[in-house]
Design a protein around this ligand. Structure first.
Ligand SMILES: *Cc1c(COP(=O)(O)O)cnc(C)c1O
Length: 401
């Protein structure tokens, strides 16, 4: 992927040949969102910026330098491969990189070689890291994940966690720098599941202390947990009591989105965030159709009046979901500041929109596919999903603005 720095400071682009749409990323907004999350998380709380899944579709190559510049000392990636890519992108940044989603024993050598810090949850993970660290000749840190209700990664409190801690407590080569968990219902204020999760995490931290392990960081908060507040107060107090620091792991919030907090005490973060991504394309064709003419596969749309249609060179292969088709999600785009509804079915690489009521549309006009007036939340509603899913699925040339 060619990366060319076009303008100093805030502009650069990654070209992907053949894509007819482009994604504008606002570096300024990304930095502002990072600062907003940091201020809501609280003084002294370390903010790990999650850039997994190519920065939620925003381009890790575009976003990571902005976040580091804004003050991020930690980045969160999904796997070894993303971690290595990050190291290659910013080899001298000194930024810490936490590999959060799925450690395999075979990854240990790569983790050590690239200075990446894995989330581990079995004694086998620790042993693999020990072997790699010994071969590398230096001690390495890991973060231990505790299972608190997600049933994905994590050692359960009690015997499972004891095995990991035993291995760590006696290790010459691996140190436990962090203890963490991931909440399943952080966007629900006062959730019973969160209460149970916090009880389990508290028990885990007691077990950690009893094993003689002293982590520098304890962490559990994603964007919604930072927003919700109660969980943040809990983890800040917990960290202080055990002489550790609280860390938070915001992802979607950095990109300007957060789920509504359900229940009492609605969050304060949402109003401080602004979306970072604008997805754009151009009109590549225009046509008039008469009453009775059909549009798109399956002829699902039949014109009831004379219409003017604009053709756009994006479709579901680019992440413009088929569920946005008329009669399904009834999606729209923005042309000249006005809504232009999707007409007929979204095709793989094309979509037709209604510009009958929008004066003066010509070929080459810019079209907003996602941005002001057509949000990721709108796209998510059309396809019965969440903004996370929409953002990760968008494909286009990446341009930093
Ligand atoms: C993705 C992820 C996050 C970030 O979650 P958001 O809801 O996007 O803020 C935090 N922690 C872990 C372990 C994750 O996998």
């Amino acid at each position: 992927m060619p990366l060319n720095v076009a303008l100093p400071g805030l502009h650069f682009s990654c070209g992907v040949a053949g894509l007819k749409s482009w994604i504008e990323i606002s570096g300024a907004r990304l930095a502002e969102n990072f600062r907003a999350v940091r201020s809501v998380a609280g003084v002294g709380v370390e903010v790990l910026a999650v850039i997994k899944a190519d920065a939620y579709g925003h381009g890790a190559a575009v976003c990571a330098p902005v976040l580091v510049e804004a003050g991020a000392k930690w980045l969160g990636v999904s796997d070894l491969e993303e971690g290595v890519t990050q190291r290659e992108l910013m080899p001298h940044s000194g930024v810490r990189v936490l590999v959060m989603c799925g450690m395999e024993a075979g990854d240990a050598v790569g983790m050590v070689a690239h200075g990446l810090t894995p989330v581990v949850w079995t004694a086998e993970h620790v042993m693999a890291m020990e072997r790699a660290a010994r071969a590398g000749g230096h001690r390495v840190p890991v973060h231990v994940e505790v299972e608190t209700g997600m049933a994905r990664q994590g050692a359960a409190v009690g015997e499972e966690l004891a095995k990991v801690l035993e291995r760590l407590a006696n290790s010459r080569w691996v140190s436990c720098e962090g203890v963490m968990t991931h909440l399943c219902c952080s966007e629900v204020a006062g959730a019973g599941t969160t209460k149970v999760a916090l009880e389990r995490f508290a028990a885990a931290l007691e077990q950690v202390t009893a094993a003689g392990v002293k982590p520098e960081f304890v962490h559990l908060a994603n964007t919604s947990a930072v927003d919700e507040g109660g969980t943040m107060r809990w983890i800040r107090a917990k960290a202080k009591a055990m002489g550790a620091r609280a860390m938070v792991r915001p992802g979607v919030g950095l990109y300007g989105h957060c789920l509504p907090i359900e229940g009492a005490g609605a969050g304060s973060l949402g109003s401080k965030l602004a979306p970072v991504m604008e997805w754009k394309t151009r009109v590549i064709g225009l046509r008039e159709i008469e009453v009775g003419m059909t549009v798109g596969y399956g002829a699902t749309f039949v014109a009831a009046k004379t219409m003017r249609l604009a053709l756009l060179p994006v479709g579901y292969a680019d992440g413009f979901r088929r569920a946005a088709s008329s009669g399904v999600g009834d999606g729209w785009v923005i042309v000249k500041g006005q809504k232009a509804s999707v007409v007929g079915r979204v095709s793989m690489n094309l979509v037709v929109v209604d510009v009958t009521e929008i004066a003066g549309v010509v070929e080459g006009d810019e079209v907003l596919l996602l941005g002001n007036g057509v949000s990721a939340e709108d796209h998510a509603r059309w396809s019965g999903t969440i903004a996370y899913d929409v953002l990760c699925g968008v494909r286009g040339r990446m341009v930093r603005v």
